[in-house]
Design a protein around this ligand. Structure first.
Ligand SMILES: O=C(O)CCC(=O)C(=O)O
Ligand SMILES: [Fe+2]
Length: 369
């Protein structure tokens, strides 16, 4: 019998550091990672005061900035695809997402040299609104990013363990020293601050269309009480992931799925836009990236047969219609990431990566873009 799910499990992170409960936590993690691809994490290590400062204070002020201030840091300025994207100007499979957002990365100094692959241009500094327009935002947001980054690295060790791999088995996808010393600045992770205004109707409600995340792990903060996030189970049903205060929602990206031979499950998800007459939904997804140079097929993890048997037991999703990132088998991770960014933001791609954009859209930017 295939194992399917009808809710997303809640895991208590404090168990991971309790010698009496750790084994139970690892078992719960294994189930979530293999059979669901999504979990809530409670009692996590990110400071609740920082989360509260973001949700209660900075997010509303950020979206309330004058439109011209937002435009001054628009994404089109940035070869790193960082900055402001106005409402309905990002696309999932050629259809506009009904959301407005600011894209950021953890602090990173660009090291691109002429002659290197284009993807080396992808990581670099973020764009910031003027400090006096939103005092304290930059410092608080960077603290938040740094704490989620640390949680991410700690979580990767547990993840390896739950798949019965040595706890350092996944380090090579990052910068090994970075994981060990937790030094900052070698792999650039991304995050966005998102607003889904209440514009949904029965005919048109794509907050973000069905998709898979690209990278390793995603740490999502649901920053308001509004529902909307849904994940697809094996039977193809959409399961609600209602906000639970004090938790992160963590899910598996396609890179992690690929390197675990499909054992860790990337799960299709979407956001249904809030209906007209209700209120805005806010969220902060943090996307854990991997080293740009790695080609995933060159790395072979020794996953034990009894673990892989759990994948067979789980079975396969009937509908993999949303599957993308097929290039992971042949291209460096950086190239896969760059292709994904250009597909989501073709107008930005055209400015900073004209050749690649031309390859992806040989007949010019399509109507929808
Ligand atoms: O806003 C959310 O709750 C989810 C967003 C998401 O899935 C994404 O941006 O990849
Ligand atoms: Fe996502």
């Amino acid at each position: 019998m295939p194992t399917d799910f009808s809710t997303v499990p809640v895991l208590d992170y404090s168990k991971a550091t309790d010698p009496n409960l750790r084994a139970e936590f690892i078992e719960e993690l294994r189930n979530a990672v293999i059979n669901v691809g999504f979990l809530y994490l409670s009692n996590h290590s990110v400071d609740p005061a920082v989360v509260k400062a973001m949700t209660d204070h900075y997010i509303p002020r950020l979206f309330a900035l004058p439109q011209e201030e937002k435009e001054s840091i628009k994404m089109a300025n940035s070869p790193h695809f960082f900055g402001y994207t106005e409402f309905a100007r990002e696309f999932t499979k050629e259809k506009a997402d009904l959301r407005e957002q600011f894209d950021y990365g953890v602090p990173f100094v660009n090291k691109y040299q002429p002659g290197e692959p284009d993807y080396k241009k992808l990581w670099g500094p973020s764009q910031w609104p003027q400090e006096n327009m939103i005092p304290g935002f930059k410092a608080t947001w960077n603290t938040y990013l740094s704490q989620v980054e640390d949680l991410g690295y700690d979580f990767v060790q547990l993840l390896a363990e739950c798949l019965d791999l040595p706890s350092d088995a996944l380090n090579e996808f990052f910068d090994k020293d970075k994981i060990i010393e937790n030094a900052k600045g070698n792999v650039m992770h991304q995050a966005k601050i998102v607003k889904y205004p209440p514009v949904g109707t029965v005919e048109s409600n794509q907050g973000i269309g069905p998709h898979f995340d690209a990278g390793f792990l995603t740490f999502l903060l649901q920053a308001s009480a509004n529902p909307g996030l849904q994940v697809q189970n094996m039977a193809g049903e959409w399961i609600d992931v209602f906000p639970i205060p004090g938790t992160f929602v963590i899910n598996i990206g396609r890179a992690l799925e690929h390197v675990t031979q499909g054992l860790a499950r990337a799960t299709c998800h979407r956001v249904v836009a809030p209906l007209r007459g209700t209120s805005s939904r806010y969220s902060i997804p943090f996307f854990q990236n991997l080293r740009q140079e790695v080609c995933l097929n060159d790395v072979h993890l020794e996953i034990k047969p009894e673990m892989l048997a759990l994948k067979e037991k789980r079975g396969y999703v009937a509908d993999r219609e949303g599957v993308n990132y097929a290039e992971y088998g042949t291209e460096a991770a950086g190239t896969v990431a760059l292709i994904g960014r250009v597909k989501s933001h073709p107008d930005v791609g055209q400015i900073h990566y004209p050749e690649l954009t031309k390859q992806l859209f040989p007949h010019g930017l399509p109507e929808w873009a």
